[in-house]
Design a protein around this ligand. Structure first.
Ligand code: CP
Length: 307
């Protein structure tokens, strides 16, 4: 039995197979409509979500399976003090696979140790968000035809943004990847990512404050929201929340074939005037999230690809 807690739980080859399956699902959706008949997915969301929870549910329903779960800790027995370990032991009796989001870093790992079914980390605090990374990889691969030899700008809240941490860990495994890490000083990438991931893998990277200067160099610009829910005081959040706003003027500085990604939700960091730019890929990215999660559910449940 396998879990997905971190993007590195899948090798580069396994990730490639999963992305190929997701692409086949995208192109031949009806073929997959009964491959998970009789299977159940439990979505355990202790933190708010729109895309991740609903795309998991859409994915399982599109595979012919069913879905159960809760969308907030308040509607579960967590409010009575039940532990994640006990909850997951129960869920193992009710479902075949589970996707869990929790505000505490490491919660998905704790769940996996008690589970009798595959556990998918749907976001654990400011730590990791591996299914967003698979979505990002599918988006980049579909748009550019490759996952290597590119300059990626990661912009915004690089400290608390778990999607950024997971994406860096996944991308450093491909040759010729360079990063611009664009953030205010207070929201720089955590030291463990800088030392244990970037420097340990001899990855070329620059930490900068200025988005305009970086724009012309980028093949991918990955914008992120300042993570209000992880701040200890509101004053800091208010001071930093609009530190970068991507607008039409900034887009003029970018390459014609650069793409803008964002895990969403956005607040102010991408002006809606950018949405019509053909390089704005964030809504397509959300759509790829369904195909990737369908492929992931099939992979973890060891469901055969239909002929
Ligand atoms: N990208 C993402 O995780 O969005 P949600 O918080 O809406 O699930």
């Amino acid at each position: 039995m396998r879990h997905l807690l971190n993007p590195l739980d899948f090798s580069v080859e396994e990730t490639e197979r999963l992305l190929e399956l997701a692409t086949d699902i995208e192109q031949n959706l009806p073929k997959y409509s009964h491959v998970c008949d009789g299977k159940k997915l439990a979505t355990l969301f202790y933190e708010p979500s729109t895309r991740t929870r609903l795309s998991f549910e859409s994915a399982m329903l599109s595979l012919g399976g069913s879905v159960l779960g809760f969308s907030s800790a308040n509607s579960s027995s967590a409010t009575k003090g039940e532990s994640v370990s006990d909850t997951i032991r129960m869920i193992s009796c009710y479902a075949d696979i589970t996707a869990m989001r929790h505000p505490k870093e490491g919660a998905a790992l704790v769940a996996s140790n008690a589970a009798k079914i595959p556990v998918i980390n749907a976001g654990d605090g400011g730590h990791q968000h591996p299914t967003q990374t698979l979505t990002d990889l599918m988006t980049i691969r579909s748009l550019t035809g490759r996952l290597d030899n590119m300059t990626i700008g990661l912009c915004g809240d690089l400290k608390f943004g778990r999607t950024v941490h997971s994406l860096i860990e996944a991308m450093v495994r491909y040759p010729g990847i360079r990063f611009y890490l664009i953030s205010p000083d207070e929201l720089r990438i955590p030291g463990y990512i800088r030392q244990d991931v970037l420097e340990a893998n001899n990855i070329e990277y620059k930490e900068v404050n200025n988005l305009d200067d970086a724009m012309p160099q980028l093949d991918i610009l990955y914008m992120t929201r300042v993570q209000k829910e992880r701040f200890f005081n509101e004053e800091d959040y208010i001071r930093l929340k609009d530190c970068y706003i991507l607008d039409k003027k900034k887009m003029k500085l970018a390459k014609e074939d650069m793409f803008v990604l964002h895990p969403l939700p956005r607040v102010n960091e991408i002006s809606t005037e950018v949405d019509d730019d053909p390089r704005a890929a964030y809504f397509r990215q959300a759509q790829y999230g369904v195909y990737v999660r369908m492929a992931l559910i099939m992979t973890l449940l060891e469901v055969e690809k239909p002929c």
